[in-house]
Design a protein. Structure first.
Lengths: 173, 592
C-alpha cells in the first residue's frame, strides 16, 4: 500500500545535502497561481535537485500557501517522487509482466550483487541508484533496464552487469 | 535518388534497440557524400521483434528492412540507394516478393495505427496529407449538429479501448446532456498495465490523431478545455505531444476561435502523471490532475455530471480517441463492418512474452486468440509448449491453451474470467509458473492499492503473503480455499476497478491451473521449475567437461572450476537464473 513508502526514520536526518532553495523561485513563479499546481511544482523541484529536500516543502509552502501536509501527502503517494538524494546515475530495472516472464528477477539480482547494494539504495560512492519500476513500455525487448534516459533491451544478467561496469569505467577514465 | 525516401522507426522500442545510431549513420553518409535521398523519422512500425526498422521507398515500391545496424546501413546505402539493388536478405516486408514474416501482417487491419510508422509524427502536414484534421474541418464547415456526431459514434459501436468497454458514444451523450459553461475532455494516457505499450506507440507515432479525436469530442459535447494525462515514464510521447500541440495552435486548430469557429476557445494541455496505477481510474485520475493524491471516489456523481473541478467531464483512452477521426471522416459503417455483433471495429494488442514475433498488432474483433499467437505471432519462442496467455494485466487473467479458440471480443474474454483490458497480451510457455504469475500481479496491485478500502488495502496484502508462502514451499492445506474466500471479499468490498479486479489473476490461475498450486503446496515442487526456493542447479560430474562456459556466463560468479576440471556451483551465491542450464552444451547442469 502507498503509505509504506513513507520513511520510518526521521525525514530531516536523511537530508544533509545543502541545497540552494532560491533556485525554486522561477518554478514557483511559473506555477503559483495555476490551479492543480502541486504535482507540477513537486516534479520541477525533483527535476532540479534530483529529489525533494525536506526544506523545499517549507519553502514552497511559504511562497505559495500550499500546505506542507498536502504536498507531503502527494509526494509519498506517487512512485515518482523521492525524498532522499540519489546517485549520479539511476538504473531502472523493469519489472513489468513481459520482463518478469523473461527473467527480470535475475537481472535485478545480478546488478544488486555486482554493486553490493539493495533495491532502492545508492552505491557508497554515489554513482548509481538502483530502482525496480513497473514498466518502461519496451515490452518486446524484455528484459529491459533504463540508465538515466537510455534503455537497454534483450539483456542477460551478465550483459546488464557489463553495461553498468562500462559506464562506470568510462566515467572514471 | 531524389525519389528515394528513407524512414527510420524512432519510437521508444526502436531507440532502445539502437535506431538512433542507424538514423545518425544514414544522416552522416547522406551529408558527407551529398546524397539527395530523403531521410525522415517515423513512429512505431509494429514489428518490434525486428527493431531497428528502416523502410526504403523507391520507384519500384516499399522495402522494410529489419534488425539494421550501422554496418548494414552502409551496405544498404551502397547497394539499394546508390545502385537500386535491394539487399534482399535484410528485407522483412515488401509487396514485391514473399517473405517469411508475411503472416505477421495477414489479418491485420490498421485503423487506430493507420499512420503509425508511415508519417513523421513531428510534422503536422504529413498527418494532414493523409486526411488528418479533415474530419473536424468537415464538421465545422457543414455546421453538423452535436447530436449527429454522437449518433455516428454510437452507430460505429466503438467501446472504451482502455479496458472498460463502455460504449463511447453513450459516454459522450451523457456529457453533452450536462449543462455547464465549462466542460472538460480528458485523454487517459496513463497506460499503467505493465506489459502494454499500445498507447505509447500511438502517442509517439501519431499524436495529431489523438488531438483531433479530442477536438471532435470537445465539439460534440461542447467542451472548452482538454487535458492529456500522460505517464511521466513516456518522455518521448510527452515531447512529441507538445510538438504536435504547438503546431496545432500555430495552424489555429487549437486556442482562440479554434478551427475558425467563432467563440470556441478550445485548447489542450499535457499533464504528466507521477506514477500511480490507480490513476487509470477516472475519478482518481481527476483527483491527480487537480493536484491531490490519486484516490478514487464513489460514483455517482459520474464525471459526465461532475468531474474535473466539479464540471462535466468526458474521459476516453488514447486508442479510443485515435479511432474517432477515422470514424467521423469515413462514417460509422467503415468501422462497424469489422468485428462481432457486440464488439465492433478493431483492437490493438501488444504481443509480448515468450512469443516469436513480439510487437504491436491491430486486428478486427472476433479473431481467435490462437490466430493472433500462432498466425501473426509465429508461435512460441524456441518451439516450447504454449501454456497460457495473460490478458488485461493486473486486472485480467490467464487464459489456458485449451481455450485459445476464444474469439477476441469483450463478452467472450470476460466469460473466461479474464478481461479484454487495454490490450496487453503476455504469452507464457511451459517454463512460466502460474502461481508465481499470480504472486507477481498481486505484488503489483498490493503496492498500487491507494489504501482507501480496507479489503483492497489489507486483503491484497494477505493474499500476497499466502502466495509468497506457497511459492517458497511453505504452503498449507486450505490455502487455495483461503485465497478464493479473500478474493471474493476483496472484489465485493472495493470501491474502484483496481480492488474489484485485483484478485482476477489469482482466481483464473486457480481455475485453470489448480494442479500447479497443489504441486507447490503438497509436493513442494514447482512444475515449471521456476520458483527459486523450490529448485537447485547442480553440476553433473559425469557430464561436465570443464569447458568453463557456465562460469563465464554466470552473472554472479557463483560457478568455480579450472578449465578441463569439473565445475562447482556455490548454492549460497546462486540466484537460480538458469543461464548455466541453458548455456551448457553437454547437459551437465542438473535442475532439481
Amino acid at each position: 500500500m502507498r503509505v509504506q513508502r513513507i520513511e520510518k526514520n526521521n525525514l530531516i536526518s536523511n537530508d544533509q545535502q545543502e541545497v540552494d532553495l532560491k533556485l525554486l523561485d522561477p518554478i514557483i513563479e511559473k506555477y503559483k497561481d495555476k490551479k492543480g499546481n502541486t504535482i507540477p511544482i513537486l516534479q520541477s523541484t525533483q527535476h532540479l535537485f534530483g529529489y525533494i529536500p525536506a526544506k523545499a516543502f517549507e519553502y514552497i509552502s511559504k511562497k505559495t500557501g500550499l500546505k506542507v501536509s498536502d504536498m507531503y501527502g502527494v509526494a509519498t503517494f506517487y512512485a515518482q517522487f523521492r525524498l532522499k538524494p540519489v546517485g549520479k546515475h539511476i538504473i531502472k530495472v523493469c519489472h513489468g509482466t513481459a520482463c518478469h516472464v523473461q527473467g527480470a528477477n535475475a537481472i535485478s539480482d545480478s546488478i544488486l550483487e555486482a554493486l553490493q547494494i539493495k533495491d532502492g539504495e545508492t552505491t557508497p560512492d554515489g554513482f548509481y541508484t538502483v530502482e525496480s519500476v513497473a514498466c518502461l513500455g519496451c515490452c518486446s525487448l524484455a528484459p529491459v533496464i533504463m540508465i538515466d534516459e537510455d534503455s537497454y533491451g534483450k539483456l542477460t544478467g551478465k550483459s546488464a552487469v557489463n553495461i553498468i561496469k562500462e559506464i562506470k569505467l568510462k566515467a572514471t577514465n | 535518388m531524389e525519389n528515394i525516401k528513407v524512414l527510420v522507426g524512432l519510437a521508444s522500442c526502436g531507440i532502445a534497440a539502437g535506431a538512433n545510431k542507424v538514423f545518425e549513420k544514414f544522416n552522416q553518409i547522406k551529408e558527407n557524400e551529398h546524397l539527395p535521398f530523403e531521410l525522415t523519422k517515423t513512429g512505431c512500425i509494429g514489428m518490434c521483434y525486428r527493431e531497428p526498422l528502416v523502410e526504403i521507398i523507391d520507384e519500384s515500391g516499399s522495402y522494410l528492412y529489419g534488425e539494421i545496424d550501422e554496418n548494414k546501413t552502409i551496405e544498404i546505402i551502397e547497394k539499394h540507394i546508390k545502385l537500386g539493388e535491394p539487399v534482399k536478405e535484410y528485407v522483412v516486408k515488401t509487396e514485391l516478393f514473399q517473405n517469411e514474416d508475411d503472416t505477421y501482417w495477414q489479418g491485420q487491419v490498421k485503423i487506430a495505427l493507420r499512420n503509425c510508422g508511415v508519417i513523421n509524427p513531428e510534422i503536422i502536414e504529413e498527418y494532414e496529407n493523409r486526411g488528418g484534421y479533415q474530419a473536424i474541418k468537415n464538421l465545422i464547415k457543414n455546421n453538423i449538429q452535436s447530436e449527429q456526431v454522437i449518433q455516428t459514434i454510437i452507430e460505429s459501436g466503438i467501446r472504451g479501448r482502455g479496458g472498460g468497454g463502455f460504449p463511447t458514444g453513450m459516454k459522450w451523450k451523457f456529457a453533452a446532456a450536462s449543462k455547464s459553461d465549462e466542460k472538460y475532455i480528458i485523454c487517459n494516457a496513463d497506460e499503467g498495465d505493465p506489459g502494454a505499450f499500445m498507447d505509447r506507440s500511438v502517442l509517439e507515432g501519431d499524436p495529431h490523431a489523438v488531438l483531433e479525436g479530442m477536438t471532435i469530442a470537445a465539439y460534440a459535447i461542447g467542451a472548452t478545455e482538454g487535458v492529456i494525462y500522460c505517464r511521466a515514464e513516456y518522455p518521448l510521447a510527452i515531447k512529441r505531444l507538445n510538438i504536435a500541440l504547438e503546431q496545432a495552435r500555430e495552424k489555429g486548430y487549437l486556442g482562440k476561435n479554434a478551427h475558425g469557429k467563432q467563440g470556441w476557445n478550445f485548447d489542450i494541455h499535457v499533464k504528466e502523471g507521477a506514477g500511480a496505477f490507480v490513476c487509470g481510474e477516472e475519478t482518481a485520475l481527476m483527483a491527480s490532475v487537480e493536484g491531490r493524491r490519486g484516490m478514487p471516489r464513489k460514483r455517482p456523481p459520474f464525471p459526465a455530471v461532475s468531474g474535473l473541478w466539479k464540471k462535466p467531464t468526458n474521459i476516453n483512452n488514447v486508442e479510443t480517441f485515435a479511432n474517432i477521426p477515422y470514424i467521423v471522416l469515413n462514417g460509422a459503417s467503415s468501422y462497424n463492418k469489422y468485428g462481432t455483433e457486440k464488439s465492433k471495429g478493431t483492437k490493438v494488442f501488444a504481443l509480448t512474452g515468450k512469443i516469436k514475433r513480439g510487437g504491436l498488432v491491430e486486428v478486427p474483433m472476433g479473431i481467435s486468440i490462437k490466430d493472433i499467437i500462432f498466425k501473426l505471432g509465429g508461435g512460441i519462442q524456441n518451439n516450447k509448449k504454449f501454456k497460457a496467455v495473460q490478458l488485461g494485466g493486473p486486472s485480467g487473467g490467464c487464459i489456458p491453451e485449451y481455450l485459445s479458440d476464444t474469439p477476441v471480443d469483450y463478452e467472450s474474454i470476460t466469460a473466461t474470467g479474464a478481461i479484454m483490458g487495454s490490450g496487453g497480451m503476455v504469452v507464457m510457455d511451459e517454463t512460466t509458473c502460474m502461481v508465481d504469475m499470480a504472486r507477481f500481479f498481486l505484488d503489483f496491485t498490493q503496492k498500487e492499492s491507494c489504501g482507501k478500502c480496507t479489503f483492497c488495502r489489507i486483503g491484497t496484502k494477505r493474499m500476497l503473503e499466502i502466495l509468497t508462502r506457497i511459492t517458497e514451499g511453505e504452503g498449507k492445506e486450505g490455502d487455495i480455499e483461503l485465497l478464493e474466500q479473500l478474493a471474493y471479499q476483496i472484489k465485493d468490498s472495493s470501491l474502484c476497478g483496481l480492488g474489484q479486479t485485483a484478485p482476477n489473476p489469482v482466481l483464473t490461475t486457480i481455475k485453470y491451473f489448480r494442479h500447479e498450486y497443489e504441486a507447490h503446496i503438497r509436493d513442494k515442487k514447482c512444475p515449471a521449475h521456476s520458483c527459486k526456493k523450490l529448485i537447485t542447479y547442480t553440476v553433473d560430474e559425469d557430464k561436465c567437461t570443464g569447458c568453463t562456459v557456465c562460469a563465464k556466463n554466470c552473472p554472479v560468479n557463483a560457478i568455480s572450476g579450472e578449465r578441463k576440471q569439473i565445475h562447482f556451483i556455490n548454492q549460497d551465491a546462486c540466484i537460480k537464473c538458469g543461464v548455466c542450464f541453458s548455456k551448457c552444451k553437454f547437459e551437465a547442469i542438473k535442475l532439481s
